[in-house]
Design a protein around this ligand. Structure first.
Ligand code: GLP
Length: 242
C-alpha cells in the first residue's frame, strides 16, 4: 500500500487523474471502477478538465459503479447513477451505454446483484478502482461487519451512514434510503489497482485503521491491506491519525 499525503485537493485530483490517464493511453478501452461521494470529485474534475483540453480521450472507457440505493426512481437526483453521470461520465464523453451501475430499482434485487457481478466479469474486470472511505471505515456500502469474502448484494445502511449522506437529500436523514445494492469486499479486491481518496478530519480515524489497524470486518477498508496494488491519496487532515 502506498500512502501519499498531498498539499490539497488539487494535488489529489492531479495524482488520481494521472493514474487514469496513464492507463487509458495504453488501453483506450479500459474499465474504470468509480465511486460516488465527495472524496473522488477532485479526480473527476481533473479528468473532465483534461478531456475538455483535448489532452485525454475517455470515450472508449467503460465504468462500473460500486453501489446504488434501493428504491430510488430512475433519474432521481441523489441516485448514484445520476451522480456519476453528472460528475464524470457525461462531461467526460463516456457513452451512457458503457456506464454500468447496480440496478437498485429492480424488482428482483438478488438477481440484479448476480447480474452485476457477471457484467463486471464479462468486461474483463476493473483496471483501476477509485474509492472513498466512510467515517466508520466502510468502502462502497460495505458497512462494519461485512464479510471480507462478500460479493455484490443487498445491504442495510447504518444510521450513521444515512446521517453522513443526508446532505445529498436536503439534510433529511429519513429521506435517505435504508437499503442499497453494493459490490462486496471480494468484488472490490479483484480490481487490478485501487486508488482510495480521503480528505478531512472526519476520515482520520478510518484512515488510521485502514493503514495501521488489524484486518477486520469491524473496519471493512482494512481488507485492502491484502491487495497487491493500493494507492491512498490523503490530505493532511485525513492523515492526522497516522
Ligand atoms: C458513501 C458511498 C461510499 C463513499 C462514502 C464516503 O457511503 N457509498 O462509496 O466512499 O459515502 O463519502 P464521501 O466521500 O462523500 O465522504
Amino acid at each position: 500500500m502506498e500512502v501519499v499525503i498531498c498539499r490539497d485537493e488539487e494535488e489529489i485530483g492531479r495524482l488520481g487523474a494521472d493514474v487514469v490517464s496513464r492507463l487509458v493511453r495504453t488501453r483506450p478501452e479500459a474499465v474504470l471502477g468509480v465511486a460516488t461521494g465527495s472524496s473522488p470529485r477532485p479526480v473527476y474534475a481533473e479528468l473532465v478538465a483534461r478531456v475538455r483540453a483535448g489532452e485525454l480521450d475517455l470515450s472508449g472507457v467503460s465504468t462500473f459503479s460500486l453501489d446504488e440505493y434501493v428504491g430510488l426512481p430512475e433519474g432521481h437526483p441523489a441516485s448514484y447513477r445520476t451522480e456519476i453521470r453528472r460528475e464524470l461520465t457525461d462531461p467526460a464523453g463516456i457513452p451512457p451505454e458503457r456506464v454500468h451501475s447496480p440496478q437498485g430499482s429492480a424488482g428482483d434485487l438478488p438477481a440484479a446483484a448476480r447480474a452485476y457481478e457477471k457484467r463486471i466479469a464479462a468486461a474483463g474486470g476493473v483496471d483501476v478502482q477509485l474509492l472513498g472511505i466512510g467515517s466508520d471505515g466502510h468502502i462502497a456500502f460495505n458497512e462494519p461487519g461485512s464479510s471480507l469474502a462478500s460479493r455484490t448484494r443487498i445491504k442495510t445502511l447504518t444510521r450513521r451512514t444515512r446521517e453522513d449522506n443526508a446532505r445529498f437529500f436536503d439534510g433529511d436523514t429519513d429521506a435517505v434510503p435504508t437499503h442499497c445494492l453494493t459490490q462486496g469486499l471480494a468484488t472490490i479486491m479483484q480490481a487490478r489497482h485501487v486508488v482510495l481518496v480521503a480528505t478531512g478530519e472526519g476520515k482520520a480515524r478510518a484512515v488510521a485503521q485502514l493503514v495501521e489497524g488489524a484486518v477486520s470486518a469491524r473496519w471493512p477498508a482494512t481488507v485492502l491491506q491484502w491487495h497487491p496494488h493500493v494507492s491512498v491519496l490523503l490530505d493532511e487532515a485525513a492523515a492526522a491519525g497516522l
